[in-house]
Ligand binder design. Structure first.
Ligand code: UT7
Length: 325
């Protein structure tokens, strides 16, 4: 059966490290609160690089690892909620910067689940034969969407990018992907866009929107714990796979307590999860590909290993993928 496999990974985070103590100098917070509530110690913050810049650096590493050149790529998908612009898409900007002139390029907006959604689209495109060599990127510059006066959210997020190259495969690779959305819960995690404003507007209409992250943390926490468990169960069922055969789980890196909950609930040793949120905080669509790249490079994932990627996020959205490496 034709499926798709990841043949190379790459990631990039900005150089600037902002510690919890650094944050406590600009807002009413402290290292103890942030560590105990989330597990985060520090995050990377852009010094001017935008989402396409981080994407390009991650993409180049993934291309090197996969041994492909830019002109081999025929589809570029960038998952992001912090694009450089409304248009062109970040994917088109990346296409221009890496000179991938043979590609179709577009963005996917599914917040922290975006990378999984991107992999799902890439997998389907490869299976139908429509595209052969696909670059999937998860990238965010969340620092430009953070309300730096809202301590409840400002301490949780960071900037970064991760990328993979996917190609057709006859045996190894993506064994199954499950994605789901619950749009009725969307108001729990929002980044507003431009408000509706035109010369014909009824002045009485309230269109006021904010263009920074606003979150109902407790509701998202409740959703996340349920969604992660459901997604893992669904993907195991779909692939008829047993949890005991899974070598490594790469979860969305939002909060250590969410991962700990899933670990206990599903009786999966916490060591089976690859966790790096202490270093980078929540980089939304980028957390899973950054963690995947790290896990591959440090040898946590080896050829033949069965792994699960699982995430949740704004939308609200969630999903999981089971991959044989
Ligand atoms: O990719 C999806 C991203 N989102 C998530 O995964 C979020 C999921 N939710 C969470 O991770 C947690 O709900 C949070 C970490 C966001 C918050 O943890 P919590 O245990 O739900 O705390 P809380 O919001 O109930 O706040 C508890 C207290 C409040 O003070 P009072 O009202 O009890 O006096 C907050 O004002 O902590 C206070 N607080 C802070 N204190 C110090 C909120 N933010 C901070 C802060 N530093 N940064």
């Amino acid at each position: 059966m034709i499926t798709s496999e990841i043949i190379g990974t790459g990631s990039y985070v900005p150089e600037k490290i902002v510690s919890n103590d650094d944050l406590s100098k600009i807002m009413d917070t402290n290292d103890e609160w942030i560590q105990s509530r989330s597990g985060i110690s520090e995050r990377r913050v852009s010094q001017g690089e935008d989402t396409s810049d981080l994407s390009v650096k991650a993409a180049i590493k993934a291309m090197e690892a996969a041994n492909v050149v830019a002109t081999d790529i025929d589809l570029i998908i960038v998952a992001t909620v912090t694009p450089d612009m409304y248009t062109p898409s970040t994917a088109c900007i990346v296409q221009k910067k890496i000179e991938a002139y043979n590609a179709t390029a577009f963005d996917v907006s599914a917040a922290c689940s975006g990378f999984l959604y991107g992999v799902s689209i890439a997998n389907s495109m490869i299976k139908t034969g429509q595209h052969k060599t696909v670059l999937v990127i998860g990238a965010e510059v969340l620092s430009k969407a953070i309300n730096w006066e809202d301590r409840a959210t400002a301490v949780l997020f960071g900037d970064g990018a991760g990328a993979v190259i996917m190609k057709a495969s006859e045996n190894r690779g993506v064994k199954g992907i499950y994605t789901m959305s619950e749009g009725d819960k969307g108001e729990n995690l929002e980044i507003g866009a431009k408000e509706v404003k035109n010369p014909f507007l009824d002045e009485k209409v309230d269109n006021s929107k904010y263009n920074y992250i606003a979150m109902n943390g407790r509701e998202v926490f409740k959703f996340a714990t349920k969604a992660m468990v459901t997604a893992v169960e669904k993907i195991l069922l779909e692939t008829k796979e047993d949890l005991c055969n899974i070598k490594c789980i790469i979860p969305h890196q939002a909060n250590y307590r969410i991962i700990q909950y899933v670990s206990k609930k599903m009786d999966i040793p916490i060591e089976h999860f690859y966790i790096n949120l202490d270093k980078y905080a929540n980089t939304s669509a980028a957390t899973i590909p950054i963690a995947l790249d790290e896990a591959v490079r440090v040898g946590r994932i080896k050829k033949g290993d069965k792994i699960i990627l699982v995430g949740f996020g704004g939308g609200l959205t969630y999903g999981a993928a089971l991959i044989e490496w």
